[in-house]
Design a protein around this ligand. Structure first.
Ligand code: GDP
Ligand code: MG
Length: 445
């Protein structure tokens, strides 16, 4: 999805005279990308209208530049998609010093048992006394699975091999952990029954028995079009206050997440990004859409740079530059080199703005190869070029050819690097400006 939307927008970037026709065809392409990613038809229609009214060419001053128009369109697409995944509802915030009971609901295989351990660990790491209760008495082995995960994460747990009534086990577990002054009590439930009606009835029974402070629906991010009906059905019965989308590491997501929020007006709070305990990411609409559009997640990238590459001298310079809103070609080279050290490329590539889409669907090997070629390109630049913002190279055939030959790549490859650099540099400038604004605001307080 991200790749197609991004392609539609960058095709527009190549359009020298941006007119209404080019705009229309871009909107059409974005909409068809959303449709093919299983976003609901009605939502896509609304989006089309909203973008068309946000960017009304006839109302713009006659001398508006193509660049301004492009920025308007990009902003309109971004804003609209952000609106779609942002229900403007505040999820429940667990409080310390009291018990917070959290119940998980969702279909079998959605990732509930995996995710409840991830969440318990998340809170435990933030100083909460967290524990798990297994109220899945339906599936043989459910308790064992939770036990194994919980033991690995060093999280206390409760369950029963003999009690068959999930509401009873849930109530027992919650009562016991409340007495022991646990602050986060997460209750895992079953997701399958012979009849769907039975599943929903059981959900209500458990809910009544433990009166959770928060119910979270766990939704498989790979189910596409089914996300809307499924989340709506659960919402009707179990009125959950938050959603966690799992399996977003498979390259799917997007459509399902957007549909689920739209169908339930309920915020997504976390994304499951893998099978391991650490693979849980906080969800925020803007970075999510930014990543979806291939702009990358600058915050994630910066955190990564700060935590893992402190010792590298080059990175210090880059960090200083980022703080000032400067982003040279050399900064980009340093970043790519560090990302390559960190590996696996397929996961980390998604964090580099402008590279995320290029890396999507690539094997680690291909991704590494691609990044290596980019380093060869940087290595064929002069020091002066590297320390520039790249403008000295744009439309300079002799220079571009020299770099392409020196690096054993093509002019097209070099241009691609420059394009990606521009995206990253735009983000870096924005961040620098934001930081300055924040500092100013803080100094006034
Ligand atoms: P439950 O039936 O809802 O409790 O689902 P489980 O927690 O047992 O998970 C079902 C399968 O999905 C397991 O094989 C998990 O390892 C896998 N899984 C869960 N979350 C994720 C995720 O975020 N990414 C990936 N790749 N797999 C996941
Ligand atoms: Mg389970």
């Amino acid at each position: 999805l991200g790749r197609r939307i991004n392609a539609a927008v960058s095709n527009l970037n190549r359009e020298p005279n941006l007119d209404e026709k080019a705009f229309e065809s871009m909107v059409k392409e974005i909409c068809s990308a959303l449709l093919s990613a299983d976003v609901n038809v009605r939502l896509v229609k609304n989006m089309r209208k909203s973008i068309q009214s946000a960017v009304n060419f006839k109302d713009l001053p006659p001398h508006t530049s193509s660049n301004t128009k492009k920025r308007l369109i990009q902003q309109a697409v971004f804003d609209h998609l952000v609106q779609l995944v942002d229900p403007h509802a505040e999820p429940y915030k667990p409080k310390k010093g009291r018990s917070n009971v959290i119940m998980f609901v969702g279909l079998q295989g959605a990732g509930k048992t995996t995710t409840c351990t991830k969440l318990a660990r998340h809170y435990a790491q933030r100083g909460f006394k967290a524990c798990l209760v297994c109220a899945d008495t339906f599936r043989a082995g459910a308790y064992d699975q939770l036990k194994q995960n919980a033991t690995k994460a060093k999280i206390p747990y409760y369950g029963s091999l003999t009690q068959t009534d999930p509401a009873v086990v849930a109530a027992e577990g919650v009562a016991r952990f409340k007495k022991e002054k646990f602050e986060i009590i997460i209750v895992d439930t079953s997701g399958r029954h012979r009849q769907e009606a039975d599943l929903f009835a059981e959900m209500v029974q458990v809910q009544n028995a433990i009166k959770p402070d928060q119910t979270i629906m766990v939704l498989d991010g790979t189910i596409g079009q089914a996300a809307e009906a499924q989340s709506a059905a659960f919402k009707q019965t179990a009125d959950f206050g938050a959603i966690i989308i799992t399996k977003t590491d498979g390259g799917a997501a997007g459509g399902g997440a957007i549909s689920a929020v739209a169908a339930t007006h309920t915020p997504i709070i976390f994304l499951g990004t893998g099978e391991h305990m650490m693979d849980l990411e906080r969800f925020a609409p803007k970075p999510f859409i930014s990543k979806l559009l291939g702009y990358g997640d600058m915050t994630g990238l910066i955190e990564q740079i700060q935590t893992i590459t402190r010792e590298s001298a080059g990175m210090k310079e880059t960090q200083k530059h980022l703080a000032e809103g400067i982003f040279t070609l050399r900064d980009m080279k340093e970043q790519i080199q560090n990302i390559m050290k960190l590996g696996p490329v397929s996961k980390l590539g998604a964090m580099i703005p402008g590279l995320g889409n290029m890396m999507q669907g690539m094997s680690d090997e291909d991704g590494n190869e691609k990044l290596k070629r980019m380093i060869y390109i940087f290595d064929s630049m002069t020091a002066k070029e590297l320390d520039s913002d790249g403008k000295v190279l744009v439309s300079q055939p002799t220079r571009l050819t020299r770099i392409a030959c020196g690096s054993g790549t093509s002019v097209r490859d070099v241009e691609e690097v420059l394009t990606q650099h521009r995206v990253m540099s735009g983000l870096a400038k924005n961040m620098g400006a934001q930081r300055k604004n924040m500092q100013r605001a803080q100094s006034m307080m």
